[in-house]
Design a protein around this ligand. Structure first.
Ligand code: CA
Length: 229
């Protein structure tokens, strides 16, 4: 469930915002003080902040500025200040949106959803980039399921690819053959840990210059394997 923090000192407005947000399925916290709001926003993981400008403690501009230095979270300013200059100032400090009071609560919810969806897309596109793994001449495109060794593309079977990618994603971590078997083949699969040994051997033949002296997948005797970063 998405979590929203409302920083608003006017109780009736805070309640109105809370009601609409909760009706839309959000988990809502609200605080009435600028400093307290900032601390809460920094300490917890919210998906959206609804921020008033004129607040006791520190004002909304200051909350916005300090929060933006630390966190990448959508901020919607909802304020009675109607001056264009305030709007520009708020957006300049990193707020994502600016609404003036009196406002339509359903429009606030609609904008909140749009900003959360946009941030989610940003985050997932960053994760998408991480699907390209490059380590010392080995390049794995996890989305296209293609592998290049020192510039030359090599073909891997599905399980070889999954095993190599899993190890490369967790460099310097030692895995036992049992753990690798469960991770790649799954609990209910037919087979045993010798399958892992066979696949490691095949992967090494493709990625290593000298399989007997592996530079990527190292054997930790009596334990298992480790991908060297
Ligand atoms: Ca206020």
């Amino acid at each position: 469930m998405s979590k929203v923090l409302i920083i608003e000192d006017e109780t009736s407005i805070a309640e109105l915002e809370r009601d609409y947000m909760e009706l839309s399925g959000f988990d809502v916290d609200s605080v009435a003080d600028g400093e307290e709001g900032l601390q809460k926003a920094l300490a917890e993981d919210y998906d959206l902040i609804v921020l008033d400008l004129m607040l006791p403690g520190i004002d909304g501009f200051e909350v916005c500025r300090k929060l933006r230095e630390e966190k990448n979270v959508p901020i919607i300013i909802v304020s009675a200040k109607k001056e264009e200059i305030d709007k520009i100032h708020g957006l300049g400090l990193g707020a994502d949106d600016y609404m003036t009071k009196p406002f339509s609560p359903s429009e606030l919810v609609a904008r909140a959803k749009a900003h959360m969806a946009r941030y989610e897309r940003l985050v997932s596109s960053t994760q998408e980039e991480n699907k390209l793994i490059e380590i010392r001449g080995l390049k794995i495109d996890a989305t296209a399921r293609r592998v290049w060794i020192r510039g030359e593309e090599k073909n891997f079977t599905t399980k070889e690819f999954d095993l190599l990618t899993f190890l490369a994603r967790h460099p310097n971590h030692v895995y036992t053959k049992d753990e690798l078997f469960r991770e790649i083949w799954g609990m209910d699969s037919v087979g045993d840990i010798a399958t892992v040994t066979v696949h490691i051997k095949k992967i090494r033949e493709k990625v290593e210059i000298d399989s007997s002296n592996p530079q990527y997948i190292e054997t930790i005797w009596g334990v298992g394997y480790r991908f060297q970063a």
